[in-house]
Ligand binder design. Structure first.
Ligand SMILES: [Fe+2]
Length: 265
């Protein structure tokens, strides 16, 4: 089974480079399952229902998010629109599972690909240098006790490399892949851990690299140099498509390989 995971899609440059590259990447790698982190797909901050539906129309099966999930308030109504309907498209947008149980939305999804392959996606958020959430390690245990699919992808939206690497080891052999998002810089540590879990600390941003992690560099420099608050807007130039392709055994869920992709214009 071939799985494509696209790293943090950032603003309209990120969405455009996805549109430009997705069809040939899916065809070249014979992709069965497509997951993307879309928490910054709307102007660099949050995700709107219409952008989520555009990404589903392009072929995404599941969208994950993170700390920016609430930036566009419409997402709350979109989550609430699921109302127990497992076929609702909104059910395939996840927010981190270790958020408050009272928050709208759900942090995992179990589905079946067009070829009939079962899979699950879990979205978790780190706690180091990030706002308070429940323990992602214990939340993973809790979810794995109820998930029946063998193929399980984890998007760990976290700041600290140590916390991400630790979760990779903790889940080795229990999930197909632990993929880091949030820091927007792809790391060169893609590998399959000894018990069969594909791992990469950060998949990297799919968005404008002529920026500071997606934001216009002048605005970020102004903030660092003066300490004054100011607007942050999505940059535009040097868009890149960052993703990983994971090949796994659908019967056992074990990963065989994880390959990094970075494509420019
Ligand atoms: Fe984030």
């Amino acid at each position: 089974m071939q799985i494509l995971f696209i790293g943090d899609i950032f603003g309209s440059p990120g969405r455009k480079i996805v549109r430009d590259h997705l069809a040939h990447v899916v065809e070249t790698h014979k992709i069965d399952l497509l997951i993307a982190n879309a928490e910054n797909a709307a102007g660099g901050f949050g995700l709107t229902p219409s952008i989520a539906e555009d990404l589903f129309a392009l072929g995404c099966d599941v969208l994950t998010t993170g700390n920016h999930v609430w930036d566009k308030r419409e997402i709350i109504e979109y989550f609430n629109s699921v109302n127990g309907d497992p076929k609702s498209k909104a059910r395939r947008v996840l927010r981190p599972a270790n958020f408050s149980p009272n928050a709208p939305g759900i942090g995992f999804y179990q589905g079946v690909t067009n070829k009939g392959q079962q899979y699950a996606v879990i979205n978790l958020q780190g706690r180091v240098f990030m706002h308070n959430t429940d323990d992602p390690f214990r939340k993973a245990d809790e979810l794995l006790a109820q998930i029946t699919s063998k193929v399980i992808l984890v998007d760990f939206h976290a700041e600290a490399t140590s916390e991400k690497i630790a979760l990779g080891w903790y889940l080795d052999g229990r999930v197909t892949a632990v993929l880091g998002t949030h820091t927007h810089v792809p790391t060169a540590d893609n590998r399959v851990l000894p018990k069969g879990t594909a791992y990469q600390t950060d998949v990297g941003m799919t968005g404008p690299y002529d920026s500071v992690i997606g934001v216009q560099k002048e605005q970020v420099l102004h903030r660092f140099l003066t300490g004054l608050p100011g607007r942050f807007e999505a940059a535009k130039d040097d868009p890149r498509f960052c993703a990983v392709v994971i090949q796994c055994d659908e019967a056992t869920g074990r990963a065989h390989s994880i390959q990094r992709l970075m494509l420019g214009e």
